[in-house]
Design a protein around this ligand. Structure first.
Ligand SMILES: CC(C)(COP(=O)(O)OP(=O)(O)OC[C@H]1O[C@@H](n2cnc3c(N)ncnc32)[C@H](O)[C@@H]1OP(=O)(O)O)[C@@H](O)C(=O)NCCC(=O)NCCS
Length: 155
């Protein structure tokens, strides 16, 4: 479900999920996620499991969308972070979040959305390509451990 209401509980769930979802991958420190989450312009997308009773269903995946400067397409929504809980992968959750982001961007009259992905993150690149993202250019040594790919989807 799309969600733009930010709560400290949701922020903490995202930080926790990010810690495990990026295991073995380069990830942002908790404090930076905390700051990005708190910025008024940051949009938060979450996917949750089925509601059982009164419990809030567990977070399956999230995306944080901001604006990225200095890479071109400067005013387009930028997917700052996206991740899906390991047990919930390959069930369309990541693709669902990407489509929701594109839908909002279209509603807000943007021409596209952008993201930067590590050039060797095959799983993520595959999902992005399936959902309309194309490589714009390689950003040499963008990450501590390698190159990044600037990708864009027209919406
Ligand atoms: C990238 C990520 C968000 C995708 O989420 P997801 O919910 O699994 O994505 P979807 O279910 O919508 O898409 C599944 C597709 O992923 C691709 N995929 C998944 N794992 C893959 C792998 N190990 N190698 C290649 N492709 C893979 C396939 O194209 C698959 O399509 P299929 O089901 O038709 O085979 C998730 O893998 C993740 O959280 N990874 C760790 C964090 C991360 O890398 N974030 C992105 C940083 S740029």
């Amino acid at each position: 479900m799309r969600q733009f209401v930010k709560t400290p509980e949701c922020r903490d769930e995202i930080i926790k999920l990010q810690r495990t979802a990026f295991s073995g991958l380069e990830r942002a420190p908790d404090g930076i996620i905390h700051d990005i989450y708190g910025q008024p312009e940051t949009q938060v997308y979450v996917a949750r499991g089925q509601t059982v009773g009164m419990e809030i269903p567990p977070l399956m995946g999230y995306a944080l969308v901001t604006k990225k400067l200095n890479v071109g397409f400067d005013d387009e929504p930028y997917i700052w972070s996206i991740a899906v809980r390991e047990e919930s992968r390959k069930q369309g959750v990541g693709g669902y979040l990407l489509d929701e982001i594109a839908c909002t961007a279209r509603e807000e009259a943007y021409a596209g959305t952008i993201l930067i992905c590590k050039a060797d993150n095959d799983a993520a690149i595959s999902v992005y390509k399936k959902h309309g993202y194309e490589v714009v250019r390689t950003l040499k040594r963008y990450y501590l451990t390698g190159d990044g790919l600037l990708m864009r989807r027209k919406v």
